[in-house]
Structure formats: structure tokens, C-alpha cells
Design a protein around this ligand. Structure first.
Ligand SMILES: O=C(O)CCC(=O)C(=O)O
Length: 292
């Protein structure tokens, strides 16, 4: 059987760089043909999810001005499943997490509208009630992303700093906003902006601090992300979390079930069946009250 690294197309040098930096840009991960095909399907899904929302950007909450967020798109748009469960992505995530099996944590479109605000610096792990930070995100733009167009930056090596601070991006939960980049230990580290040409994928560790600049361009920054989790993680907290609650996963339970299927390895061309109950159409969905 071929291993994760064989199927991922990553080199050992790239895997080592990810371990050191906490993020990794891989150019030409996808062909333009693949991206155009998946991009059209994700555009359609985002249009469907947002069809009833006719607000101007300025009428939206600060969080919604950061990006249009449509989570778990594979669940109501099965045509997206071959993207979400792309074997090369699953294999790359397993290779980076140094594990032999990964589950889907979630997929989502993050479309930063023209004029959309910056994405505040944060790390992902505090958002997720998982007992170990064995998760990796993949950030995939459907077009080139340049400075001033919602481009991502990463604090080099921040995944090893032991930071666990929750940052309330765009005051989603009405919390006090914190500029993580100004905290002295983080300010000493390099913040690396990463241009992402079409075809590339950027991987980042769940504890890597990252941010995106505002979108000053006239076009929407169209990005899709998947988060993969090492198999064997358990729920760590009781706070409301739609996808875990839906599958009856309680604190201490293994995270398994229809909402978190195995993403890799899977038999060739085999895709998981989506759960029957859909979540919120947009937004993060911490609780009923914060749904967009
Ligand atoms: O795309 C963005 O603006 C932010 C992305 C992000 O925070 C993530 O992928 O974890």
C-alpha cells in the first residue's frame, strides 16, 4: 500500500518545513481545469446558501464583513464531495500530521467580498472542542490572491508557542477584541505574507496564528478550505457545537460519525454519505443566536 507521503505529492523537505513553520504553500497542487470546475460548483453552492441575503456589506455585522462563510458545503452539495474528499489533500494532511488516517472536521467557503475587512489574527484550535490540536487546514483560492486582495499571513513557528488564546474575529461572540500580533511574544516572530497563485494550496496547523488582509480589489476573493483531523481525537468540551451535537458526540467521546467521516484513506472513488440534518446556511453557528 502506498503511504500518505507517496499519494500527497509532497516532498520530505516540504513536510519538514511545515513542522518548523506551521504552514506550507504548495504551488501547482491543483490544475487550473480542476479549480475552475470546483470553483464553479462552490460559487453555485454559495449563491444557493446566500440567496435570501440582499444586504449591502455595510449593513452586515463585523464578522460578516470579514467573509461570507458557508460551512459543510459537501453536505447539501454532493457535487463538492470529490473536492472535499480529494485523496491528494487527505494524503497530504495525513503526511503533515504524521498519521495514517484523517477525518473531515469541516469544509467551508470563505468568500471575502470586495471591500471586505481584514481577517483578525487568530489561531483556529480554540474554536474547536477537540482534545488534541491534531488538525490541519487547507486554504485553496480559486484565483490568484495578491497583497490587498485578502491575502493570508502566518506567524512563523507560532504553532509551537503554546498559545491557546481565543480571538473573537469580528466580535462574533461579542467578546473583547485582542490583537494577537501585538502581544510581545508574538510580535517578536516573523509574520509571513503568502501570495497564493491559482493552483496553490496553503496548509496550516491548528495552532498557527494567521490573518488575512482586507479585500481592496473589486472582485470577491473566492476561497475554499477544508480542515482534516487525525483519527482518534475526542470531544474536549461541552459548549454548543452543532456538528458534534448533531452526531450525539459528548465530551470524552471519540469524534466519529456521519458529520466527521474518514477523508483518507478511502477506496478509490468512494465518497461518504452526508448527514441528513443540515446546519446553519451561513456563519459559524456557535449557537442559535449568532447564526447569520
Ligand atoms: O480566509 C480568511 O480570510 C481566513 C482563513 C482562516 O482563518 C482559516 O482558513 O483558518
Amino acid at each position: 500500500m502506498s503511504t500518505a507521503i507517496d499519494q500527497s505529492g509532497l516532498s520530505q523537505d516540504e513536510i519538514d518545513r511545515f513542522q518548523t513553520d506551521g504552514f506550507l504553500l504548495v504551488e501547482d497542487f491543483f490544475t487550473h481545469e480542476e479549480l475552475d470546475r470546483f470553483g464553479a460548483l462552490v460559487d453555485e453552492a454559495v449563491r444557493y446558501r446566500t440567496a435570501d441575503d440582499h444586504r449591502e456589506l455595510s449593513d452586515k455585522s463585523l464578522y460578516e464583513q470579514t467573509f461570507v462563510q458557508c460551512m459543510r458545503l459537501w453536505e447539501d452539495h454532493p457535487s463538492i464531495s470529490p473536492f472535499t474528499f480529494h485523496p491528494k489533500l487527505g494524503a497530504a494532511s495525513a503526511a503533515l500530521l504524521q498519521t495514517d488516517c484523517v477525518r473531515l472536521w469541516h469544509d467551508q467557503a470563505l468568500y471575502k467580498e470586495a471591500g471586505g475587512r481584514k481577517t483578525d489574527a487568530h489561531l483556529d484550535y480554540p474554536f474547536w472542542p477537540v482534545d488534541k490540536p491534531d488538525l490541519v487546514s487547507v486554504w485553496i483560492p480559486f484565483d490568484d490572491v495578491e497583497p490587498g486582495g485578502g491575502m493570508m499571513s502566518y506567524v512563523q513557528g507560532s504553532h509551537t508557542m503554546g498559545i491557546t488564546q481565543f480571538v473573537d474575529i469580528g466580535d462574533l461572540r461579542g467578546g473583547k477584541s485582542v490583537d494577537l500580533l501585538q502581544t510581545p511574544e508574538v510580535a517578536d516572530r516573523a509574520l509571513i505574507p503568502v501570495r497564493a497563485p491559482k493552483g496553490s494550496a496553503i496548509f496550516h496547523h491548528a495552532c498557527t496564528i494567521h490573518a488575512a488582509d482586507a479585500n481592496d480589489a473589486s472582485n470577491v476573493r473566492r476561497v475554499f478550505t477544508m480542515v482534516y483531523m487525525a483519527d482518534g481525537c475526542r470531544r474536549s468540551r461541552d459548549d454548543v457545537y452543532f456538528a458534534l451535537d448533531r452526531d450525539g458526540i459528548k465530551t470524552g467521546d471519540l469524534i466519529v460519525g456521519p458529520g466527521h467521516p474518514i477523508a483518507w484513506p478511502r477506496p478509490k472513488d468512494d465518497l461518504p454519505s452526508p448527514p441528513s440534518e443540515m446546519g446553519p446556511k451561513t456563519g459559524f453557528g456557535f449557537s442559535d443566536s449568532d447564526e447569520a
